[in-house]
Design a binder for this molecule. Structure first.
Ligand code: AP5
Ligand code: MG
Length: 192
């Protein structure tokens, strides 16, 4: 198995690059943002709870997303590996993920972290908000709140994996193909 975390602030290109990486390396894509949006679309109790946090740009409580990831892992016993996008976002989530993977006799092999300046993030998200229908993209205040939440609670997750020497930083500005090539270079080195 090969398990990868694609890490980075809101708008850094995790979703865009995930689509390309899962196709090339035959990984199962697990995006907690996409899973939560599907719960909202289906108007489940979990979705209704999550929406109140997401609309403010705040993280959804750890136990909610950890439960979702645990079911998603169990739901794909055939997977050759997983690409985690937007998860883990707190140290508690990272510790829970390590435990879940250990039960499956596997682990995280690599974290690729996309570095993008704050002004570029805001520009991209406001741009996407014109067409995406994502309520958290339409208003600059909520976008800035997501970035603050990222610095406060999520960026320490990279330090957690750095302790195990599993993190590589990639410049997340440039063309989508240039960034994809830089990500693939790191995956190929790790897989050797
Ligand atoms: P989530 O859905 O994960 O959103 P996010 O992290 O805020 O990031 P985005 O999906 O907005 O951006 P991205 O990095 O995927 O970039 P993308 O490829 O789309 O989370 C949403 C919310 O759900 C959170 O705020 C939280 O409330 C909750 N949540 C989710 N997971 C959680 C967890 N684990 N714990 C707690 N709460 C959780 O690209 C962005 C835009 O830029 C696109 O328009 C794209 O076309 C464009 N773009 C991409 N690459 C480039 C490029 N190279 N040049 C120019 N434009 C580009
Ligand atoms: Mg995304």
């Amino acid at each position: 198995m090969f398990n990868l975390i694609l890490f980075g602030p809101p708008g850094s290109g995790k979703g865009t690059q995930s689509e390309k990486l899962i196709a090339k390396y035959e990984l199962k894509h697990l995006s907690t943002g996409d899973l939560l949006r599907s719960e909202i679309a289906n108007q489940t109790p979990l979705g209704l709870e999550a929406k109140s946090f997401m609309d403010k740009g705040q993280l959804v409580p750890d136990e909610v997303v950890i439960g979702m990831i645990s079911s998603a892992l169990d739901g794909h016993p055939e997977a050759k590996g997983f690409l985690f996008d937007g998860f883990p976002r707190t140290e508690a989530q990272a510790e829970a993920l390590d435990k879940l993977l250990k039960l499956k006799k596997t682990a995280i092999h690599l974290m690729l972290a996309l570095d993008v300046s704050e002004e570029e993030l805001v520009k991209r998200l406001l741009g996407r908000g014109k067409t995406s229908g994502r309520s958290d993209d339409t208003n600059e205040e909520v976008i800035r709140a997501r970035i603050v939440e990222y610095h406060k609670k999520t960026s320490p997750v990279a330090d957690y994996y750095a302790k195990f020497d599993k993190v590589k930083h990639i410049k997340g500005e440039g063309t989508i193909d240039e960034i994809f090539d830089a990500l693939c270079e790191q995956v190929d080195m790790k897989k050797k």
